[in-house]
Design a protein around this ligand. Structure first.
Ligand SMILES: [Zn+2]
Length: 219
């Protein structure tokens, strides 16, 4: 049965709406294809010992001939994520003594990435700590001045990638401990971590220290 003349414009309108919806869908898909999917990765440690010279030595190096295996490893993946930084790196780490991770952070600093490190006062002076070396290289370091530990273990790359988990940045943890590290590019997680970093960074600003609050009270 043919539709009455009066219903035809409604049919055209319905058809046009359907075409528009399909076009929008196609556009959304195309945008999705163009944008790389957000990174989400879970790493478990201990990591087998592998050679990291290629990652830390930069491009253009001759293939490494050292006796270590040269395959993939959780540490290699962590290094690759860190070394993807182009603008900024915030580090909030209880203990930092891993030479490989220290080298990666220095490499980023030399490339012009703005690196800021917050750490724990009790652990930064221990033997093997990277903190002194990083400071000497010109990297900004601030530490806690509280009785409780600055026990965080997180990093933020380019204000868009959060790296967090149970692992201290020590060779002991990387090679011997069972640890988890979560890597996410998700603003919902990055935003509060970044806000917390800025809050701690300001709190540990030496200009804001109050060394003798009791004396102040007595005045
Ligand atoms: Zn090698």
């Amino acid at each position: 049965m043919w539709p009455g003349l009066a219903t035809l414009p409604w049919r055209w309108a319905g058809g046009a709406a359907l075409l528009l919806a399909l076009a929008l869908e196609a556009l959304a898909l195309a945008r999705g294809w163009r944008r790389p999917p957000p990174r989400r990765e879970v790493l478990f440690f201990p990591s087998p010992v592998t050679c990291t010279a290629a990652l830390l030595g930069g491009p253009g190096r001759a293939p490494c001939r050292c006796p270590l295996p040269h395959g993939d490893s959780p540490l290699g993946r962590l290094l690759r994520r860190l070394l993807s930084a182009r603008r900024s790196l915030e580090l909030c780490l209880f203990a930092f003594s891993s030479p490989q991770l220290g080298r990666a952070v220095q490499l980023l600093h030399r490339r012009g990435v703005r690196v800021r490190l917050v750490t724990d006062a009790d652990y930064m002076a221990l033997r093997g700590s990277q903190v002194g070396r990083l400071r000497q290289a010109g990297i900004q370091v601030r530490h806690d001045h509280e009785s409780g530990y600055m026990h965080h273990k997180f990093a933020i790359v380019d204000r868009k990638m959060l790296i967090t988990g149970s692992m201290n940045w020590t060779t002991q943890a990387i090679q011997n401990n069972r640890e988890n590290v979560l890597i996410v590019e998700d603003a919902e997680y990055v935003k509060p971590f970044l806000a917390e970093f800025e809050r701690i960074w300001e709190e540990y600003n030496p200009a804001n220290y109050t060394f003798s609050p009791k004396e102040v009270e007595q005045k």
